[in-house]
Design a protein around this ligand. Structure first.
Ligand SMILES: NC(=O)C1=CN([C@@H]2O[C@H](COP(=O)(O)OP(=O)(O)OC[C@H]3O[C@@H](n4cnc5c(N)ncnc54)[C@H](O)[C@@H]3O)[C@@H](O)[C@H]2O)[C@@H](O)CC1
Ligand SMILES: [K+]
Length: 474
């Protein structure tokens, strides 16, 4: 599991270790990574051209110290100071002692930026506020041929949220210290971070408010039938999806559901005959279910379908047209429910649920904040889909999904996700776990099915068993 902590938590954990050589540990890890990258790229560190961009705080200090370490191994290092009068004095002295060039001339800096083999972005770290300052902005736009290594996080990315106000430096590798920061896991910030490497420095932060699960974590959550299981004990999922107008959504939601570890899927929507023709395993008779999926392709039938599902005191996953109807009704529609509700909006649906003129673009730019806001307002677990899928609980706990491929942005992909995740709910997972495991496996299936080429939602559903096997290591 990757864990991410807020700036305040990092500061508190650092304060608890006052007197320990935290910066030395950070710099040692940073310099070792840079040396490894240079050796891989050009065979050796000796003779490499390295540019250090150093701001006014300890982030700049880390970059300058690492530059000094590389200079001692024969790299030709230039440091550009963005706030010369406030640069870290000890780190400046260390770099000066190697005979490296120091300058405050940004034209020299930009020329070196374009031709360096490796650039260290130490403009600003967890102390950064409010986006890049004007002196740093040209570096976010300039072309380059070398690798860019962000120190702790890419300058311009908000550490706590992943939001980017204006511009940010785009890194190939981010070397982060002590713990991940939420902004490294959540888009748009995550996109700027490249590959993230964690350098342990001995911090002991509290429970992480933001987590990213990995294979073993998800494998531990997935349902496994015991010797005593029969189809009813493994759970039955009810699907209220599809309509005369949109029968495809029903087929895809059911296709996802059939791979989600339930004993049976009970389809209660309109195009029942077609569903059974394609999926003969499906039950059409009414009866008890352990969870509902409602909304994909429900069209005009969404109001009735949503009311039916919410009236049943079992977990309910609301998607697509169900969400549009819920946005019309408002959070009050969920107020009386004792069983969990899971909402799976894309950014447009999330904007509608939030109301008040919030746009899809605003949701995409502040995923963490908006997912938490929705979860709190509706008292429901929210799975906010998109370039980084974020799962938020009403108490603010968040899991960020690390799997997926841009090819998953295809028609019907969300229907498969809804059916599959609903099945995990019916199989007994809590809403937070079902949402995180559902998004995770759906992303792995997308990658397997797409293999770097366009993919259909049906193919993603077919790849779910392979994803399940990969994640469980069988
Ligand atoms: N505190 C510690 O124990 C450790 C800190 N470390 C490093 O220290 C960094 C934090 O250092 P600081 O607290 O000095 O903070 P930073 O170096 O991140 O930035 C603070 C400085 O940048 C200025 N600043 C704020 N926003 C800016 C912006 N948008 N553009 C330009 N300048 C801006 C501030 O005026 C302040 O002088 C971490 O990111 C990490 O790199 C590591 O060495 C590990 C140990
Ligand atoms: K930085």
């Amino acid at each position: 599991m990757r864990e991410a902590h807020t700036v305040a938590q990092v500061r508190a954990a650092e304060a608890a270790l006052a007197g320990q050589p935290l910066m030395d540990r950070a710099v040692a890890g940073l310099a070792a990574t840079c040396a490894r990258l240079l050796a891989r790229r050009r065979g050796r560190v000796y003779g490499a051209r390295v540019l250090v961009l150093a701001g006014s705080g300890d982030n700049g200090g880390d970059a300058l110290f690492a530059g000094a370490a590389l200079a001692r191994r024969g790299a030709a290092v230039t440091a550009v100071l963005l706030a010369p009068e406030r640069a870290h004095p000890g780190a400046l002295a260390a770099l000066r002692a190697t005979g490296s060039q120091l300058t405050a001339d940004q034209d020299v800096g930009l020329a070196d930026f374009r031709r360096a083999d490796l650039i260290l972005d130490g403009i600003v770290g967890i102390g950064g506020r409010g986006g890049l300052r004007p002196a740093a902005q040209p570096y976010a736009r300039a072309g380059r041929r070398g690798l860019l290594v962000a120190v702790d996080l890419p300058s311009g990315v908000d550490a706590d949220t992943g939001e980017v106000a204006g511009e940010a430096l785009r890194a190939d590798v981010t070397v982060t210290f002590g713990t991940h920061k939420p902004g490294l896991l959540i888009d748009p910030g995550a996109e700027y971070a490249g590959t993230v490497q964690l350098v342990p420095i001995g911090l002991r932060p509290p429970a992480a408010p933001v987590q990213a699960l990995q294979h073993a974590d998800v494998a531990a959550l997935l349902p496994r039938p015991g010797a005593e299981s029969d189809k009813y004990r493994r759970g039955v999922l009810g699907v209220l999806a599809g309509s005369e107008r949109y029968p495809g959504a029903a087929l895809l939601a059911v296709a996802g559901a059939l791979h989600g570890g339930v004993g049976a899927v009970r389809y209660q929507g309109r195009p029942g005959e077609e569903v059974v023709r394609r999926h003969p395993e499906v039950l059409l008779t009414p009866g008890r279910v352990q969870a509902w999926v409602v909304g994909p392709g429900s069209g005009d039938e969404a109001p009735g379908a949503l009311a039916d599902a919410l009236a049943d005191e079992v977990p309910v996953l609301v998607d697509a047209d169900g969400l549009t109807e819920l946005a019309r009704l408002g959070p009050g529609a969920l107020a009386g429910r004792a069983a969990p509700t899971l909402l799976t909006p894309h950014t447009g649906e999330a904007a509608r649920l939030l109301g008040g003129g919030v746009t899809a673009q605003q949701v995409a730019g502040a995923r963490l904040h908006r997912a938490r806001e929705l979860a709190e307002r509706y008292g429901a677990v929210v799975l906010l889909k998109g370039s980084t899928t974020v799962v938020a609980r009403p108490d603010g706990a968040v899991r960020v999904n690390p799997t997926g491929t841009a090819w998953l942005a295809t028609a019907g992909s969300g229907d498969v996700l809804a059916g599959f995740t609903g099945a995990l709910l019916a199989a007994g997972l809590g809403a937070f776990d079902a949402a995180s495991a559902g998004a995770y496996l759906h992303g792995v299936a997308g990658r397997i099915a797409a293999a770097d080429a366009p993919v259909t939602a049906g193919e993603v559903a077919q790849a779910l068993p392979a994803a399940w096997r990969e994640v469980c290591g069988v």
